[in-house]
Ligand binder design. Structure first.
Ligand code: 13P
Ligand code: 13P
Ligand code: MG
Ligand code: MG
Length: 408
């Protein structure tokens, strides 16, 4: 076991895709790989794996440089610059979509790409799961993560694993007020849910073990639309999870995605509600109404700071083969359920809850419609005199009232 703490980072961005918002061109992924090969040779990172979900490029990186390191973030930034160049040359759709600034200032935060990073002492065996979602938002992970870490009817480990039973600390972000709070489960479970149930405002950033194992899960919570002050695409989120031995097991993490059809915000134009569709990265092209929102789950073991999948030991240049959990036939039923639920939502057309509430809409024509109608809108109060002018009716009623009073 290494005493030096390892950092596992995912930095991701959508910098253009082939045919609308479907998938990055393979040359863009190759360009990212080449940049990270150099970063590995230079000793900036220990290891890496480049993949995608839908139109988002995901860079998995391991290193000993800690979180928010400018060299590591700089390497990721360079990947997205190179991929953007290719996307622009090919005139791909939304080339450079998530790149909000021309100048890199040492960190991708606020610059467009999303990031999730965790730093910990590598255990004797360190199984990791990497979740990646397209066409949704960071709080999409809240429902599955609360089931996994707070519900003993979902995760038996919370009952029978001594260390898991000690509970977990949740770092919850208020994305509107830009604040965070740490709350503890199981003691504060119901209060935690009273916040997190509002997925438009609160999202889980981190979950830490209370038995000394360190971080258990971390989510990218970069709110792109807030950062830019305008719509630049949903902030399709990633989540890194450590598994087993005091933490939820691999199967406890994957289970909720089969048992539950989960509705999440995003989908078409970032303005709809659709069901999470668990699948392989290869199957993650959003083909039905730009969705439904896709979620992938890839697994690696960590081996002295390096990723170990199904490839032979010592693979170089990021040539890894992860275990693809949602790519299996086990999840066929979940996919069928997701399509069924998504079709049901679509049957509601442009009406809530098929579309999001006004504050959450990424696209809306309503301000323009309202502007045009400014002079045509009439106050309902101003209508009162008109009603009162129907004096005949009022007069007819008045004597009746008087009569009543006389009788009394
Ligand atoms: P094994 O007995 O196969 O190691 O599995 C233990 C476990 O934790 C499964 O979730
Ligand atoms: P992305 O956020 O994945 O680019 O999707 C945007 C969109 O509007 C899809 O309809
Ligand atoms: Mg896109
Ligand atoms: Mg996307």
């Amino acid at each position: 076991m290494s005493a030096e703490k390892v950092t596992v980072s995912i930095i991701k961005a959508d910098v253009g895709s082939v045919v609308g918002h479907a998938r990055p061109h393979p040359s863009m992924l190759d360009a990212a790989r080449n940049v990270l090969k150099d970063a590995q040779k230079a000793g900036t990172i220990e290891d890496f794996y480049v993949t995608r979900v839908g139109d988002d490029i995901n860079l998995y990186m391991t290193h000993y440089k800690g979180e928010n390191n400018s060299d590591v973030h700089g390497a990721a930034w360079e990947c997205f610059q190179q991929a953007t160049k290719i996307a622009k040359k090919m005139k791909l759709y939304a080339a450079g979509q998530d790149i909000l600034t021309d100048a890199f200032s040492g960190n991708v935060k606020g610059a467009g790409p999303g990031s999730a990073e965790m730093t910990f002492e590598e255990r004797g065996s360190e199984p990791l799961l990497f979740f990646m979602a397209d066409k949704t938002e960071p709080s999409a992970y809240t429902l599955p993560l609360t089931r996994i870490f707070m519900d003993p009817f979902t995760t038996t480990g919370l009952v029978i694993d001594k260390r898991a039973k000690q509970g977990f600390d949740f770092e919850i972000q208020d994305v509107m007020a830009n604040k965070k709070v740490v709350m503890s489960a199981p003691e504060e479970s119901w209060s935690i849910l009273s916040l997190l149930g509002d997925t438009t405002r609160y999202a889980i950033k981190r979950i830490n073990s209370r038995s000394g194992i360190g971080p258990a899960a971390v989510v990218s919570t970069d709110k792109l639309n807030m950062t830019a002050g305008r719509y630049v695409g949903k902030d399709d989120p990633v989540c890194i999870c450590r598994c087993q031995s005091g933490l939820p097991s691999v199967g406890e993490y994957t289970q909720p995605f089969l048992n539950n059809t989960m509705l999440v915000a995003g989908w078409m134009r970032g303005s709809h509600i659709g069901a999470f569709y668990p699948c392989s990265p290869e199957d993650s092209d959003p083909t039905y109404y730009d969705g439904p929102p896709r979620i992938c789950c890839l697994g690696f073991q960590l081996n002295n700071g390096k990723l170990q999948g199904l490839e032979p030991y010592g693979a170089k240049n990021g040539e890894h083969i992860p275990v693809d959990f949602f790519g299996t036939s086990t999840f066929d039923e979940a996919r069928r359920n997701a399509i069924r639920a998504s079709k049901f939502m679509r049957s509601q057309g442009p009406f809530v809850p098929s579309i999001l509430g006004a504050e959450e809409m990424e696209y809306t024509s309503r301000p323009d419609v309202l502007k045009e109608l400014t002079n045509r809108f009439v106050s309902l109060d101003e209508e009162k005199p008109k009603k009162a002018s129907s004096k005949k009716a009022a007069a007819k009623k008045a004597p009746a009232k008087k009569k009543k009073v006389e009788v009394e």
